[in-house]
Structure formats: structure tokens, C-alpha cells
Write a protein that binds this ligand. Structure first.
Ligand SMILES: [Zn+2]
Ligand SMILES: [Zn+2]
Length: 312
């Protein structure tokens, strides 16, 4: 395994049950961590306790991404925001979602806080397909997903590739420590005091990094997901049904384990992680169906943690 300079995505499942909780599984929620960033994806009922139990806590939890507006994915925001407003030092939260999901969350916040300004600064950011945010090491983009109801989105986290600076090579070429090195890292050639020119290729190693994590919430079809999932190091998707109940899956806009596995195979991902598991099946039934088609499949359990790293 080749880590990308210590930078990667960490994924923690907080709730992995479909529609209603089970004894072992809470309702939908997961967190993606990258450097100082923390993105909570969905916030089903009971998520705040799952956050505590996972050890993640509430610190720096200021970005919440919503895959869609169904209650099993948003109802936990009522309790979480109420706790933030009363007890925690989180005083500003950005909630990202489609128009309809955000309308439902606003209505929920009105129930929690009443009319007027809530005691916590909640910024509602309406999603649209494309780049949502980026910095020098990663980008987060949004893509449409087909499920029941409007405003359903998935999230693609992509680490930018970077070329490590080879200090010994720079020393050997006589590049002094200082601004010259910074310029080489930025991809610019530099001219040294003695007139020699050093190019970036002489002091930069092979590109590393570039891990890609794709998170799809509830989804009713996969043909529009192949391209966005292409080559992902990890694909997270729902698997609410088995193929024997494909009719039900179609009717309610959900995927079967086999459909999810076929998507993973077609998109050439490295690893498939299934979530949104129905109480009617055992983990083994879901796994068996998916692994027949795509062997590198896991069924996520609450509190499972994954390090998403580019494999070279
Ligand atoms: Zn759901
Ligand atoms: Zn749903």
C-alpha cells in the first residue's frame, strides 16, 4: 500500500439501516474526514448519539451534506441542531442539499426553534451538479441521483495528485533552500546564480495521491452513475433489496445488492461498500449476492472505519 503523503480520506459509518433502525444499525449517516475537514453525509434519527459513541464527537462538525430529503436521512438534524444551540460550541453550520430537502429541513428547524432567528447560524446551500468546493489537496463535486422525490445528489471526493519534492535531488543540483524550491514545486523552472536552469522534472518525483471516494445515497437506477463512479477507490452505495425482490426495489426507487455490484464492476471501482441495509436480510445474504458479481464488496456496519487511499 502506498499512502499519499499522509493525506487521504477517512470514512466512518454512523448509521447503516434502511428506513427504520434495527438493534444493530442506526439510520443513515456517515462522515468523511480529510485534513481539518469533516463532512457529515445525511443525519438520520439518532445520529448525534452515534457521533458520540464513534468518538468523533461534534467538534468542527460544520458541514452537512444531504443526499435527499427522506426522513430516514434528515430527521436527526432536529436533535443535533438543538444540542448545538444549547450545549455545544458549534455556532455555525452549513447544510447542503437539493431544494426540496432544504425546504423540509427548514420546516423541521421551525419546529425545533420556533419562528424567528434560530440561536445557531444555519446556512442553507442549495446543491447543483458540478464542483462544490476545492482547495490545494482535494475537490468535492456533486452529481444528480435518481431516487424518489426531487433534489437527490451524490458526492465525489477526489484527492488531487501531487509530485513530491525530492530534496536530495535539489541539493545535488545546488538549488538553495528558499523561494527557488517553492517555484519548482509550483511547476516553474528556475535559473540559479551560476546561470544554470533547473526544471521541475529534475526535482519532482512521480505523482502520488489521487484517491477517489464516491458516495451515492438512495438510488433507483445505476446507468447514470457509471461515469461518476469510474475508477473510484471506494464506492459507497445503498443496497436495500436483494434481486429476488427486484420489483419492490424498482417500485420504491432502490437498488438491489446485485445492481450495486454490477455498477461497481462496470465502473471499474476498487472497492464497493454497501449500506442502507434492510432488516429483512442478513449481512451474509447481501454480501453473497454482491460478491458473486463484484468480489471486493463489504457490507458496512455502524462505526466501521475505512481509509480511502489511492492504490498504485
Ligand atoms: Zn433511505
Ligand atoms: Zn430515500
Amino acid at each position: 500500500m502506498c499512502a499519499a503523503g499522509g493525506s487521504m480520506f477517512e470514512l466512518v459509518f454512523l448509521g447503516t439501516s434502511a428506513a427504520a433502525p434495527s438493534i444493530r444499525r442506526g439510520l443513515s449517516s456517515a462522515m468523511v474526514l480529510h485534513k481539518e475537514y469533516r463532512f457529515l453525509i445525511d443525519c438520520g434519527e439518532g445520529t448525534q448519539r452515534q457521533l458520540l459513541q464513534s468518538g468523533l464527537g461534534f467538534k468542527r462538525l460544520d458541514r452537512i451534506l444531504l443526499t435527499h430529503g427522506h426522513l430516514d436521512h434528515i430527521l436527526g438534524l432536529g436533535g443535533l441542531m438543538s444540542t448545538f444551540a444549547r450545549w455545544e460550541s458549534v455556532d455555525r453550520v452549513e447544510i447542503y442539499g437539493g431544494l426540496w430537502p432544504l425546504q423540509r429541513v427548514r420546516a423541521l428547524m421551525q419546529v425545533v426553534f420556533g419562528e424567528g432567528e434560530p440561536p445557531i447560524d444555519i446556512q442553507y446551500v442549495e446543491l447543483s451538479p458540478g464542483l462544490l468546493m476545492e482547495d490545494e489537496t482535494f475537490e468535492l463535486s456533486v452529481f444528480p441521483v435518481s431516487h424518489r422525490g426531487p433534489g437527490c445528489y451524490g458526492f465525489a471526493f477526489r484527492e488531487k495528485e501531487k509530485r513530491p519534492f525530492l530534496v536530495e535531488r535539489a541539493e545535488a543540483l545546488g538549488v538553495p533552500a528558499g523561494p527557488e524550491r517553492a517555484r519548482l514545486v509550483r511547476g516553474e523552472a528556475v535559473t540559479l546564480a551560476d546561470g544554470r536552469t533547473v526544471t521541475p522534472d529534475e526535482v519532482l518525483g512521480e505523482a502520488v495521491g489521487g484517491a477517489k471516494l464516491v458516495h451515492v445515497g438512495d438510488a433507483g437506477r445505476t446507468d447514470n452513475l457509471v461515469e461518476v463512479a469510474q475508477g473510484a477507490d471506494a464506492l459507497v452505495t445503498e443496497a436495500t433489496y436483494l434481486d429476488e425482490e427486484a420489483d419492490m426495489a424498482r417500485k420504491f426507487g432502490h437498488l438491489t445488492a446485485a445492481q450495486a455490484a454490477r455498477l461497481a464492476a462496470e465502473a471499474g471501482v476498487r472497492q464497493l461498500i454497501l449500506t442502507h441495509i434492510s432488516r429483512r436480510y442478513s449481512d451474509k445474504q447481501v454480501l453473497d449476492e454482491a460478491r458473486q458479481i463484484f468480489p471486493d464488496t463489504d457490507v458496512a456496519r455502524d462505526f466501521d472505519r475505512y481509509r480511502i487511499i489511492k492504490q498504485h
